[in-house]
Design a protein around this ligand. Structure first.
Ligand code: ADP
Ligand code: MG
Length: 236
């Protein structure tokens, strides 16, 4: 029923949108699995950054999220913790991941993978990184072995889907990271074609440094009543 409450595009109107849950002052309030709490502590992450405090209560509850934050504001854990916690305990079938993180570049894919790997390991979720410029063998092997989460650039993932090395029909959580950069780089046709293959009732989170016109149509067509966190860029 989450999807049927409003007409497409209505989410901007405050009276049609379910209110956002209040921000979490601490990670402890979020009821994260002990293994995740321990990993946060091990890595010296003690207090949530603002974008994490604002979005995690909502994303952990399954809400769509639209988040804007400058570089370094902590977007990776903002989407990553919710995605991993909500995926934990499920097993993917061969070549049919359960969650997808799309990023514009190979470097960003590696950064996101490196940042999330310890948390993923702590809850026994398997990550596969799927990017261009590297041989396909390891990537297709990770998919075949049943990675639950795929961190990918749009081009290589499209290629692997076309080769039937991956199917997106069980993807229940989709993240678009640095969405404005993906638009600037001309990836929107591939991104929307991939989004059209994931579960239509799944959760989507879109993060970006800017929320301007080039991502409007993603927001309008692929997010459903998102919780919006958008801080003044100057204030971070
Ligand atoms: P963004 O994607 O918004 O540019 P990142 O997610 O890459 O930012 O985070 C920037 C840095 O801040 C990373 O090194 C990350 O480990 C660190 N970080 C993220 N959240 C916290 C936090 N709550 N406390 C301390 N460090 C954090
Ligand atoms: Mg980032």
């Amino acid at each position: 029923a989450r999807r049927s409450a409003t007409r497409p595009g209505d989410f901007r109107s405050p009276d049609t949108v379910a209110p956002a849950l209040p921000p979490a002052a601490t990670f402890g309030e979020l009821d994260l699995p002990d293994a995740v709490q321990r990993t946060l502590a091990d890595r010296g992450v003690s207090e949530p950054f603002p974008i994490q405090a604002a979005t995690l209560p909502n994303s952990l509850a399954g809400r769509d999220v639209l988040g804007r934050g400058r570089t370094g504001s902590g977007k990776t854990l903002a989407f990553g913790l919710a995605l991993l916690v909500r995926t934990a305990g499920q097993r993917a079938d061969s070549r049919r991941p359960l969650a997808l993180i799309l990023v514009p570049t190979r470097e960003l894919a590696q950064q996101v993978t490196d940042e999330l790997a310890p948390y993923a390991q702590s809850v026994k979720v398997r990550l596969a990184t799927v990017v261009g410029g590297l041989s396909m063998g390891r990537q297709t092997a990770a998919l075949r072995e049943g990675a639950e989460v795929v961190v990918a650039t749009p081009g290589r993932l499209t290629d692997l889907v076309e080769r039937r090395a991956c199917r997106l029909d069980r993807v229940d959580i989709t993240v678009l990271d640095e969405a404005d950069q993906m638009a600037d780089m001309g990836f929107m046709p591939q991104v929307t074609a991939l989004l059209d293959q994931v579960r239509p009732d799944g959760q989507r989170m879109l993060f970006s440094a800017t929320l301007d016109r080039n991502i409007d149509h993603l927001v309008q067509n692929y997010l459903h009543d998102p919780v919006v966190h958008s801080v003044d860029p100057a204030a971070g």
